[in-house]
Design a protein around this ligand. Structure first.
Ligand SMILES: Nc1ncnc2c1ncn2[C@@H]1O[C@H](COP(=O)(O)OP(=O)(O)O)[C@@H](O)[C@H]1O
Ligand code: SF4
Ligand SMILES: [Mg+2]
Length: 331
C-alpha cells in the first residue's frame, strides 16, 4: 500500500463569478522514501493541491476525490483528526518562512512546541531536541541562537528553522511548496541540498513543488507536470527528460535548455498565458495555447497514454507531436 494515494482530487473554489474547478482530478501515489516533484506555471493549482493534502484549504475552497494516507481517507475527516496528521505524519514547508514562524516567540520555543504537543516531551527535553534539530539544519551556535527571535535570522536561516519545525515530529511525508523561491540562488541550492539530505537520512517521502523545472528535476526521482489544474505528463525525471511527449512539457523544457544550468524556467517562451479558471476549455486544458490543437482537443479531457517505464502523457496527438519533434520543430 502506498504511503500517500491521491485519486481524482478536485478543488472547487467559490468566487464572485461562480464556482471554478482549480484542481481537476489529480491522481498519484507516493511510496515511503520516494521523492516526487510537481511542476507547472504559476496559477496551475500546485499550492491548492498541497493545501488539500494537509486540510488547509481556504474557506472558499472544497476538496473532492480521495486522499489516503496508509490507506486511511483524509478528506472529510474532522479538524481534530487533521491536527493529528499535520506535523506528525505530513509536514509542510512554505515559500515564505515568516508565514510559518511566529514573530513573537523565540525560534527554540517554536521548534520545541510540536515536540511537547505531539510527542509529549517535557520542556527541557524538548528544548534539547529543538537545539539538536537547529544544529542539524545548519543554524550555527544553535544552543545560544535558540533564544533569538525570527527577525534576527536571515531569510535562508529562517527557512532552515521552518524545516527544523517540519522535522520535529518525524513526519513520513514532507511537502515543500516553492521552499526556495523567496531566496537568492546560492542559498536556494544550499536549502535544496539540505532537504535532499534530510529526506534520504530519515527515509521520508518528499513532494517538492515549484514553478521552476530545474529546481524540481534536480531534486526528485519522479515528476508530475501540471497545467490548468490537471497533470498533463508524469514519469521518472530522466525518462520525461529524454522522451518528453506533451506539448506543454516540451514548452517547459524548451524554456529551460540544459537542465544543468543555474536557474531559469521562467517559461517565457511558451506563448500565451495560463487561462482564467472560469474560462478553462472543457477538453485539454492546453488547447488554445498549443501549436498542435485540433477541434477534437476541446471535446473531452485526453486520457493518459502509457508510454512505458512509468511514463504517461495526456494528449490526443502524441504521434503528430513526436513526428514533428523528430523533424526538429513545431507543426
Ligand atoms: N482562495 C482562493 N480564491 C479564489 N481563487 C483562488 C484562491 N486560491 C487560489 N486561487 C486561484 O486558483 C488557481 C490556482 O492557485 P494556486 O494553487 O495557488 O496556483 P500555483 O500554486 O500553481 O501558483 C489560481 O488561478 C489562483 O488565482
Ligand atoms: S490534446 Fe490537443 S491541445 Fe492538448 S496538448 Fe495535445 S494537441 Fe495540444
Ligand atoms: Mg503556489
Amino acid at each position: 500500500m502506498p504511503l500517500l494515494d491521491v485519486a481524482g482530487l478536485t478543488v472547487d473554489l467559490d468566487t464572485p463569478r461562480g464556482t471554478a474547478r482549480a484542481v481537476r482530478g489529480l491522481s498519484f501515489a507516493l511510496e515511503r522514501g520516494e521523492t516526487l516533484g510537481l511542476v507547472g506555471e504559476s496559477g496551475c493549482g500546485k499550492s491548492l493541491t498541497a493545501l488539500a493534502l494537509l486540510g488547509l484549504l481556504p474557506d472558499n475552497a472544497r476538496a473532492g476525490g480521495s486522499v489516503r494516507l496508509d490507506g486511511r481517507e483524509l478528506l472529510g475527516q474532522t479538524e481534530r483528526d487533521w491536527c493529528r496528521v499535520r506535523g506528525n505524519r505530513i509536514a509542510m514547508v512554505f515559500q515564505e518562512p515568516m508565514t510559518a514562524l511566529n514573530p513573537v516567540h523565540t525560534v527554540g520555543r517554536q521548534v520545541a512546541e510540536p515536540l511537547q504537543l505531539h510527542r509529549g516531551l517535557g520542556a527541557r527535553q524538548a528544548r534539547r531536541e529543538a537545539i539538536a534539530l537547529l544544529e542539524r539544519v545548519g543554524i550555527p551556535d544553535a544552543a545560544r541562537r535558540a533564544d533569538a527571535w525570527p527577525h534576527q535570522f536571515s531569510g535562508g536561516q529562517r527557512q532552515r528553522i521552518t524545516i527544523a519545525m517540519a522535522l520535529a515530529c518525524g513526519p513520513d511525508l514532507l511537502v515543500a511548496d516553492e521552499p526556495t523561491t523567496a531566496l537568492d540562488v546560492t542559498v536556494q541550492q544550499q536549502i535544496l541540498a539540505l532537504v535532499r539530505e534530510l529526506v534520504a537520512e530519515r527515509g521520508m517521502a518528499l513532494l517538492l513543488i515549484s514553478h521552476d523545472l530545474g529546481v524540481v528535476a534536480q531534486n526528485v526521482q519522479r515528476l508530475l507536470v501540471m497545467y490548468g489544474g490537471a497533470v498533463v505528463e508524469d514519469g521518472p525525471v530522466a525518462t520525461v527528460y529524454a522522451h518528453r511527449a506533451h506539448p506543454y512539457t516540451l514548452g517547459l523544457f524548451g524554456a529551460r535548455p540544459g537542465l544543468g544550468g543555474p536557474r531559469g524556467g521562467r517559461l517565457a517562451t511558451i506563448p500565451g498565458s495560463v487561462p482564467d479558471l472560469h474560462e478553462l476549455p472543457p477538453g485539454c486544458p492546453f488547447a488554445g495555447r498549443c501549436a498542435w490543437t485540433v477541434d477534437a482537443c476541446a471535446v473531452a479531457t485526453p486520457p493518459p497514454v502509457d508510454l512505458g517505464a512509468g511514463h504517461h502523457a495526456r494528449c490526443i496527438r502524441l504521434d503528430a507531436v513526436a513526428a514533428d519533434r523528430a523533424r526538429g520543430g513545431t507543426p
